[in-house]
Design a protein around this ligand. Structure first.
Ligand SMILES: [Cu+2]
Length: 617
């Protein structure tokens, strides 16, 4: 049988920048780390080529855009503290980029076209150089257009400079993704047309009173939990569909570390190994206090490392089920290669709850908010204007020592939130927090599920300062135009970045006014999730904000620069759910980009390099 990767590498084997080892099939490569389940590269210098190549999935051949001819791209195995060089060559006919997701690199090495650098033109090689500042499981992907959907992503594992507190006998990297044979621009067009075709505010056969328009405004139906479903997607584990049966071998009694990366474009996954408990030891690359569970929901871009310790010599299924249960990818973990575990049947489609609609208290607050949408497309809520007043010019003129009673501070007592302790989710005024819930559809499964409230950083947080200010940002949508945004303004219409001051401790509160979960990602800084963890708040690069959820994260603004801040659902970002956070020196109102030497960047704060879908697709 033709090995798919081998075929791809044969097709592309003449690429100039390829090392000899990249021509070998994954299983033939020697590596001191053993076979992790994906082709891997290690060292301090990496030659990466972005190109197109064919992939065969379920008997069908499609064209991928990716790195070094494999789907996913090769594992980059780095060592904490090393100085690394990534030579990224663009063999495409369009611009490309690589963003090192979760790595705290200088902003001009962050790889976001139009924000941190101009992008990589066709035929060009861009040399990324940085000191690897951390350890753990991360990943990399395109930040150009919709390339990520086509296969432009790969895993990163950074070995710690010191000893690893996590003990394991064997490890596997599991890159979860969603593949489509439909071109992403077509998918995006369909999403927009679908949204436009909804009969808003008008009685229809299915909504005879017109009241059902409530659903239409937010989602198409109470069952519609994902924009793009298993009808369009083939779900993959390391580039393998369920039919491919990706295989992992273990010996009974071994501790096996699974480094799970959700590298999909649009799919939140429920992850479980029926009959085998998982001990979560790391989230988003940072170690957490071990917590045993049976299932967890993973937002796009999140990573979880788990330890499993199978004692029976039998095949176990590793299941990544899409949140709407329209499909899944199943791999096998067994004592011998080539075994196939029984794939569990897809479970019943979960329903959105009143809580998801922001109507947990049975009052009309959520309803009136939705009615507000009718008259003000573009801003999803008329309420809570005090939150909006927080943003913009007020902040731009603040000094380094913000007045805690000033206009930029929420009426809530910020200190109280910090000191409240483990009960934070239950305190009045925080009742919309859903950190104690496992995620859509996992409330009533007959086993343990992970919640954000269970996560505690293994190491004590370094910054114990309470935040000096709180910035509230609403996650907003206008489904009539498939517009997703922050505070009702899509990225292409944003005129000013969000300002953080170098050295400050700032609280970001994300309020989800929509009925979809959004995995929110900030480049260049970690979110310290305010979950009652005291000085052991879990630190994450991506936080999934559930429908009608209100999540606070504390951030230490350390690295001056312009940093992308966006929903990691690819089409949401493309539609405008993105902003730029500028970390600027105290009392200095210019963005770092404006201070860059001429020629290093096309235009400061150039949003146009992002290939916004709106009006262009
Ligand atoms: Cu989103």
């Amino acid at each position: 049988m033709l090995n798919r990767r081998h075929m791809l590498q044969t097709v592309l084997g003449t690429g100039a920048a390829w090392g000899a080892s990249s021509l070998l099939p994954a299983w033939a490569k020697s590596s001191s780390n053993g076979n992790l389940g994906v082709p891997s590269l290690s060292g301090t210098r990496f030659d990466l080529e972005i190109g197109q190549f064919p992939v065969r999935l379920n008997g069908k051949v499609g064209m991928a855009t990716g790195i070094n001819g494999t789907l996913p791209g090769p594992l980059l195995r780095l060592r904490e503290g090393d100085d690394v060089t990534m030579n990224v060559t663009n063999r495409l006919a369009e611009d490309t980029s690589i963003h090192w997701h979760g790595l705290l690199v200088p902003f001009h090495m962050d790889g976001v076209p139009g924000v941190s650098f101009p992008g990589i033109k066709p035929g060009e090689t861009f040399k990324y150089q940085f000191k690897v500042p951390q350890n753990g499981t991360y990943w990399y992907h395109s930040h150009s257009g919709l390339q990520e959907q086509l296969g432009h992503y790969g895993p990163i594992v950074i070995d710690p400079a010191g000893t690893d507190p996590v003990a394991y006998d064997r490890e596997y990297v599991l890159v979860l993704s969603d593949w489509s044979f439909t071109h992403p621009h077509r998918i995006f067009d369909k999403l927009k047309k679908n949204a436009e075709s909804l009969n808003f505010n008008r009685p229809t056969l299915s909504n005879p009173t017109g009241l059902g328009g409530m659903w239409g405004q937010m989602r198409m139906s109470p069952r519609d939990l994902a924009d793009v479903t298993g009808e369009t997607y083939t779900y993959l584990i390391n580039g393998h569909s369920t039919a491919d049966n990706f295989n992992m071998v273990f010996q009974p009694g071994e501790r096996v570390r699974l480094r799970i990366i959700n590298a999909s474009a649009m799919t939140l996954f429920n992850v479980r190994l029926p009959g085998l408990p998982m001990t979560v030891v790391q989230a988003d690359g940072l170690n957490v206090q071990p917590v045993e569970t049976d299932e967890f929901q993973m937002g796009v871009a999140e990573t979880y490392d788990v330890i499993i310790a199978p004692t029976e010599a039998r095949a176990y299924a590793f299941v990544a089920e899409s949140i709407d249960r329209s499909g899944q990818a199943v791999a096998t973990l067994g004592p011998r290669a080539g075994m196939r575990a029984d794939a569990p049947a897809l479970r019943a489609v979960p329903m959105l709850t009143m809580r998801d609609m922001g109507m947990a208290h049975g009052d009309m607050a959520g309803m009136s908010g939705m009615e507000g949408m009718d008259h003000s497309p573009g801003t999803s809520m008329d309420t809570d204007m005090s939150d909006h007043a927080m943003k913009g010019h007020d902040m731009g003129t603040m000094s380094m020592q913000p007045d805690p009673n000033g206009a930029a501070v929420q009426p809530v007592k910020i200190e109280a939130d910090i000191e409240r302790g483990p009960g934070v989710a239950k305190v009045s005024g925080m009742t919309m927090s859903r950190l104690g819930e496992p995620g859509l559809g996992l409330d009533d499964v007959p086993h343990r599920t992970l919640t954000y409230n269970q996560l505690r950083a293994l190491d004590m947080n370094e910054d114990h300062r309470p935040p000096g200010r709180e910035i509230v940002i609403h996650l907003t949508s206008n489904m009539e135009r498939y517009m997703w945004s922050f505070d009702g303004v899509k990225f292409s219409e944003v005129t000013e970045s969000i300002k953080f001051y170098e050295g400050e401790r700032v609280r970001l509160t994300l309020v989800n006014d929509t009925m979809m979960p959004h995995p929110i990602h900030l480049h260049g800084m970690f979110f310290d999730l305010v979950n009652g963890g005291g000085h052991h708040m879990p630190r994450k690069h991506t936080v999934t904000v559930k429908p009608a959820d209100r999540v606070s994260v504390d951030i230490t603004a350390e690295h001056v620069g312009d940093w992308a801040f966006h929903c990691h659902l690819l089409y949401h970002m493309h539609a405008g759910m993105m902003q730029v956070v500028s970390v600027i020196p105290p009392a200095d109102d210019t963005t770092p980009a404006e201070k860059m030497p001429a020629g290093q960047m096309n235009m400061p704060m150039d949003h146009h390099g992002m290939n916004h879908g709106e009006g262009k697709s």
